[in-house]
Design a protein around this ligand. Structure first.
Ligand code: SF4
Length: 404
C-alpha cells in the first residue's frame, strides 16, 4: 500500500510555512486572480516565487489553483499567469475549466490536476481527463467509499480526495446562491457562504412578518452543512489507494492549519505502520480545538443525508490561538513570541508543537522586547519574551487550554 500525500491549504506565506513544517507533503495556494478564493489572502507573484522556493527547499510540493470558470476577458491575462507559473516551476496547476486546461497544455509544460469543481464522479470521466493530458484528478466530495474504490480500480492516473474541511451544500461548489443574493460569485472565488444563513419566509402583503422555514422541530438551517472529517475512517481512505488526501481551508486560520495537519500527519504515519491501529482520542480532541462545525463523514460512509446542522450556523472551537513562537533559547528557556490573542500572566496555556508532544503550563513570566516585565500582551502582533518550563520548538503555537 502506497503512502498517500497529505495536501494542505495555504492562504498566505505564513500558513504555507506552518502547513509544511507541521507535516504536509504538499500545499495548494491561489494567485491574486483566477483561483476560487478571492478573499483567501491569495499570493502575489513575488510571494508565489518565495513560496515555491520554500516548499522546494523542504523537498515538498506546491500546487497553484487556477480553477475559476474563465470568461473571454480573462484569457490574455491567464496566458501570462500560466507561463509565469511554469517559469517559477510550481509542481502543478489545479484547473476546472476546459479552456484554461487547453491554454496550460498549449503554452506550458505544467502538470495539470483537475479541480473538484469539475465534479468528477466516475472512472470514465477520469479516463477522459487522462487522455486529454491531466496527471491527477480531484474527486467530487459526493462519492461513497465503494465508488472511490471502484474509480481507483479503473483509473490509471493519480486521484486526490478531500478528507477534512467545510463542505458545500450544493454540488462541489457549483452554486449560484451567493451570487444571486449578494452579487458575489462563488464560481469566481467570492462566495459569501449564503447556504449557512438563517432563512425565513415572508408573504408579500405582510412585510416584516417572518414565518420560520423548518424541515422539522430542530430548526431552519436547511442548507447549513456540517464539516467533513474522515479521520474516523482514515484506514479505509488509505486502503482505497488514493494518491493524495486533501484538507480544505485556504481561508482558515494558522491555528486550524497547524492543528489539522499535525493530526492527519500522525494518523497517516501511524496507520501506515500499523493498519490495525485505532483512531486515538487525542486526535479527535485536537480537531475539536480549532474552529469547526459538527463533523460528518459526509458521503464517504453514507449517502450524505445526515450532513446538515439545525441549531446554529456558527463554528465552534475549544481553544484560542494566543501566540506564535518565532525563536527559542534553550539556555534560558525563553521564547520570542508574536502575540495573536490576549495573553495574561497566570493564564493556563497549551503549546502545540510541530513535531513534539503538546504540553501545558501556567504563563508565569513575560517581558516586552526591552526586557520589562509585563502582565499582559494586548497589542496585535506584539513581540514578547516568555519563559517556558521546557524546550519549545520554533513555530509552536501557544493557545488557551480551554475556551474562556
Ligand atoms: S453558498 Fe454555500 S453551497 Fe454555495 S458555493 Fe458557497 S459554500 Fe458552497
Amino acid at each position: 500500500m502506497n503512502k498517500p500525500e497529505l495536501l494542505a491549504p495555504a492562504g498566505n506565506l505564513e500558513k504555507l510555512k506552518i502547513a509544511l513544517i507541521y507535516g504536509a507533503d504538499a500545499v495548494y495556494v491561489g494567485g491574486k486572480n483566477f483561483s476560487l478564493r478571492a478573499f483567501g489572502g491569495n499570493f502575489t507573484d513575488d510571494e508565489l516565487k518565495i513560496a515555491v522556493d520554500f516548499a522546494h527547499s523542504m523537498n515538498k510540493k506546491i500546487y497553484v489553483a487556477v480553477n475559476i470558470f474563465a470568461h473571454n476577458d480573462d484569457i490574455e491575462e491567464l496566458k501570462n499567469f500560466l507561463k509565469f507559473l511554469d517559469d517559477i516551476r510550481v509542481d502543478a496547476v489545479l484547473i476546472s475549466d476546459l479552456g484554461v486546461f487547453s491554454l496550460a497544455k498549449e503554452l506550458t509544460n505544467l502538470e495539470i490536476h483537475i479541480s473538484t469543481q469539475a465534479n468528477i464522479t466516475n472512472y470514465k470521466t477520469v479516463e477522459m481527463w487522462k487522455n486529454l493530458g491531466a496527471s491527477r484528478v480531484v474527486l467530487a466530495r459526493e462519492l461513497t467509499h465503494d465508488e472511490i474504490v471502484n474509480i481507483k480500480k479503473n483509473s490509471a492516473i493519480e486521484l486526490e480526495m478531500f478528507i477534512h474541511g467545510a463542505m458545500c451544500i450544493s454540488y462541489s461548489g457549483r452554486c449560484y446562491l451567493s451570487h444571486y443574493l449578494t452579487g458575489r460569485d462563488g464560481n469566481q472565488g467570492e462566495c459569501t457562504h449564503s447556504c449557512r444563513w438563517k432563512y425565513n419566509l415572508v408573504e408579500e402583503k405582510r412585510p416584516g412578518e417572518y414565518f420560520e422555514v423548518s424541515e422539522d422541530d430542530r430548526g431552519s438551517y436547511v442548507m447549513n452543512s456540517k464539516d467533513l472529517c474522515l479521520l474516523p475512517c482514515l484506514d479505509k481512505v488509505i486502503e482505497s489507494g488514493v494518491s493524495s488526501l486533501k484538507i480544505e481551508g485556504r481561508m482558515k486560520s494558522v491555528h486550524y492549519v497547524a492543528s489539522v495537519v499535525k493530526v492527519y500527519r500522525q494518523a497517516i504515519d501511524d496507520l501506515m505502520q500499523n493498519a490495525e491501529l485505532r483512531i486515538k482520542n487525542e486526535w479527535i480532541e485536537e480537531l475539536d480545538k480549532v474552529a469547526h462545525r459538527p463533523y460528518t463523514t459526509g458521503f464517504f460512509e453514507s449517502d450524505g443525508s445526515s450532513t446538515e446542522i439545525y441549531d446554529t450556523s456558527k463554528a465552534k472551537q475549544s481553544s484560542t490561538f494566543l501566540g506564535l513562537v518565532k525563536d527559542f533559547d534553550p539556555l534560558t528557556k525563553i521564547a520570542t513570541v508574536e502575540q495573536r490573542g490576549k495573553m495574561e500572566i497566570d493564564q493556563q496555556i497549551e503549546i502545540l508543537q510541530p513535531h513534539d508532544k503538546n504540553f501545558s503550563q501556567v504563563l508565569t513570566e513575560m517581558t516586552d522586547e526591552e526586557g520589562n516585565f509585563i502582565n499582559s500582551a494586548p497589542h496585535a502582533q506584539q513581540i514578547v519574551k516568555i519563559k517556558f518550563l521546557q524546550d519549545v520548538e520554533k513555530w509552536s503555537l501557544i493557545r488557551t487550554l480551554k475556551q474562556k
